[in-house]
Unconditional design. Structure first.
Lengths: 522, 81, 110
């Protein structure tokens, strides 16, 4: 009875872990990068590096919007702050969105290369660039992650006895298992928190039962009640927009010591125009800390929402825990580190599936095994290569190329597909030389990441020799992190190629016969 | 195992849906607050349901224990709303 | 105080690690092993230090961010400890002692 229980847990952990592991690695890795989405975007827009930060003149921004998009359905103004020193204006018209960087004092548009920047990783992280279906796929993966996490604690029951144990010089299987357990257990609270909060963000999509029973499925009725959200159709009568600067000053009275994050104007220039001001929330856990709504024509106060209902606030705090807009750079680095540990846990889990079955497969069985091996390499090392390629594409594509941001994406996915093709071809034609594919792709990723600061030095004026002396840490950190990433990946590839043999020095290692001779030969 | 996977994915979701609907109706809170509370709890219920589907002694038992409360809570929330 | 919280989180995990015979041997030599009560005391001390690190973290950044920061610190110092141990157990030992020495300094100086 007990035997079948643990077998059942093992089965769930193994197969859900494997089937969702490939996707989960991509979700966790791009999520880890999204912690620094603003910094990556900033790094990817070198045209804006020379702009001196200044408070945004909202009326100037509004004038520019009025010139560029007088008939838009919606305007968005994002105010500059320390992570994003250049303000931005955007508008939506017939479902198409446009985003421009503007000079804070004059409101004039600053030309810059088109790029998705860190936003690409962010969007990939939660919807795989597939909109609603993508959100569902990510949600199903997250549920699988929760189940795999809990079963992991059940089946790896030795983890507490082996706490603090990592044996790189033990057998191949043992050391991968150690690495998997260590990254799983030490960072366990983070894994559970980030997965659960990720699901809570999209509760209304994943679990619409409450909305169905209490609101007859009317989402907008819910928002109107929970967030005092207020919207209306345009009157189709022109009316001038009041001064946004005046409204912003009034809004600021409602958030104690807070700053305005962004302003949304619905139906600008219409008599029914609405102005929503959103409070920045980097001083608290909760992601949504307030919104004030005004009439666009006339400026009358329509709604003040400060997110004070306990349950809704809890949801917002959980969401905020996921987004980590609070706590500044130190907190983001902690999340970045834990996110990398989570990605490493998933990657080592995938490798373990293969290592456990090494040498057990022949003939027809081997096809599935090879397929898994190949997919593992492409999902882990291939994604790293593609990510590095995305950074290279940002520097190498001509700044004024037509649909430039799309080309960056195409290059990313082309690089990833090539890695997949390379891995599968080698698996099936070269009779499973998996170690070689791993090292090849890891070395490639290491080179691309490691050499990125040098490419940056040749293609921009904001490379390490400039950013370090000037103390521009937000920019320098990107170069330094990719450099570090390159070194770590290079070291990993080297270690895979030259595995350590059992050394007498590490006496906590169990005497296990070294199987390093048979690594990779399946 | 196929039956357990189906019980976990479909049975688990049905149970979670019914529980969330039921909680949204019975929680003594403002309407929007009850819905949000129930929805946040739902992911914990779903996780527990998935684990149950694999922990139960037999797949039949797994299905039974998932479906009975589904029908019960689903029916109750339908009657009460 | 955030730095103190980080150092204490490392110190606490280090003490817990030291209280396990196989890790003790790795850090302090193959044969030496203190009597069981000493190991038990070290283990209790480890948990207490982790508790202190939680208090320090909350004291530094408040009840909202403190617990989150603490979990992050635990994870990071745990990873340093675990991945340092097989490669250079002496360094892990040295870092542990330095962490304890540095805690009073951070409280006085910062």
């Amino acid at each position: 009875m007990k035997e079948s229980f643990s077998q059942s847990m093992d089965w769930l952990h193994t197969w859900a872990g494997l089937l969702f592991g490939w996707l989960l690695f991509a979700i966790f890795f791009t999520g880890t990068l999204s912690v620094f989405d603003q910094e990556i975007t900033r790094w990817m827009q070198p045209e804006l590096h020379r702009v001196t930060p200044a408070p945004l003149d909202l009326d100037a921004a509004s004038r520019t919007l009025n010139q560029l998009a007088p008939h838009a359905d919606r305007w968005v103004i994002t105010l500059p702050y320390d992570r994003k020193p250049v303000g931005a204006i955007g508008w939506q018209h017939d479902g198409l969105s446009t985003l421009k960087a503007i000079d804070s004092r004059t409101g004039t548009v600053i030309p810059r290369r088109e790029t998705r920047g860190g936003d690409f990783f962010f969007r990939f992280h939660y919807q795989l660039l597939l909109d609603q279906p993508g959100i569902w796929i990510v949600g199903v993966s997250a549920m699988a992650m929760l189940a795999v996490l809990v079963t992991g604690i059940v089946i790896h029951h030795r983890i507490f006895k082996d706490f603090f144990t990592f044996r790189p010089s033990a057998s191949f299987h043992r050391s991968w298992l150690d690495a998997h357990n260590v990254t799983g257990v030490l960072v366990f609270p983070f894994h559970v928190m980030i997965t659960f909060t990720g699901l809570v963000i999209f509760w209304a999509i994943y679990m619409p039962a409450g909305i169905q029973t209490r609101y007859e499925g009317d989402m907008n009725a819910f928002w109107a009640e929970a967030e005092l959200f207020f919207e209306r159709e345009p009157a189709n009568q022109p009316a001038p927009l009041v001064s946004l600067a005046d409204l912003e000053r009034e809004a600021r009275n409602h958030w104690k010591d807070g700053q305005t994050r962004s302003i949304v104007v619905e139906h600008p220039g219409d008599r029914h125009a609405l102005v929503h001001m959103y409070r920045r929330s980097d001083d608290r856990l909760s992601l949504d800390s307030g919104r004030v709504t005004f009439d666009g024509a006339g400026g009358a106060l329509r709604a003040v929402w400060l997110n004070e209902n306990p349950a809704y606030l809890t949801q917002s705090v959980l969401t905020g825990l996921h987004f980590v807009r609070f706590g500044g750079s130190p907190m983001r680095w902690l999340y970045f580190g834990m996110g990398l540990a989570a990605s490493a846990m998933i990657a080592t889990g995938l490798v373990l599936w293969v290592v456990k079955r090494q040498g057990r497969h022949a003939g027809a069985d081997a096809v599935g095994y090879r397929l898994v091996e190949g997919l593992n390499v492409a999902a882990v090392a291939g994604l790293l290569v593609a990510t590095a390629t995305f950074f290279w594409a940002n520097r190498l594509l001509l700044p004024d190329l037509e649909a430039r941001d799309l080309w960056e994406l195409r290059i990313f996915f082309a690089a990833w597909s090539l890695c997949l093709g390379h891995a599968l071809l080698h698996e099936f034609l070269r009779d499973g030389a998996s170690l070689k594919i791993w090292t090849t792709q890891l070395v490639l990723a290491a080179l691309l990441f490691g050499l990125l600061p040098i490419l940056n030095a040749f293609t921009t004026e904001s490379h390490l020799f400039v950013t370090l002396p000037q103390g521009q840490w937000h920019l320098a950190a990107v170069d330094l992190t990719t450099l570090m990433g390159g070194l770590v990946l290079g070291w990993t590839a080297w270690r895979l190629h030259h595995p350590v043999r059992t050394s007498a020095r590490s006496c906590h290692t169990q005497p296990v016969s070294s199987s390093s001779g048979s690594i990779g030969s399946s | 195992m196929t039956s357990r996977v189906a019980a976990a994915a479909l049975g688990g979701y049905a149970l979670t849906y019914a529980c969330t609907a039921f909680l949204s109706v019975v929680l003594p809170l403002a309407r929007s607050e009850a819905v949000v509370t129930a929805s946040m709890v739902s992911f914990l219920i779903y996780t527990a349901a998935i684990l149950w589907a694999f922990a139960a002694a037999t797949p039949i038992l797994a299905w039974f224990v998932l479906l009975i409360p589904t029908v019960l809570f689903g029916g109750l929330s339908w009657l009460m709303s | 105080m955030s730095l103190a919280a980080f150092l204490l989180s490392y110190g606490g995990l280090f003490a817990l690690c030291l209280a396990m015979p196989k890790h003790y041997r790795a850090m302090c030599g193959a044969n030496a092993l203190p009597p069981r009560p000493v190991l038990l005391m070290t283990r209790i001390a480890g948990w207490l230090i982790l508790g202190l690190s939680f208090v320090a973290s909350v004291d530094a950044v408040g009840w909202a961010f403190g617990p989150v920061q603490w979990v992050g610190y635990l994870a990071m110092s745990g990873l340093v400890l675990v991945f340092g141990l097989p490669y250079s157990p002496r360094l892990v030992l040295l870092l542990g002692i330095l962490a304890f020495l540095a805690v009073p300094l951070t409280i006085i100086l910062i």
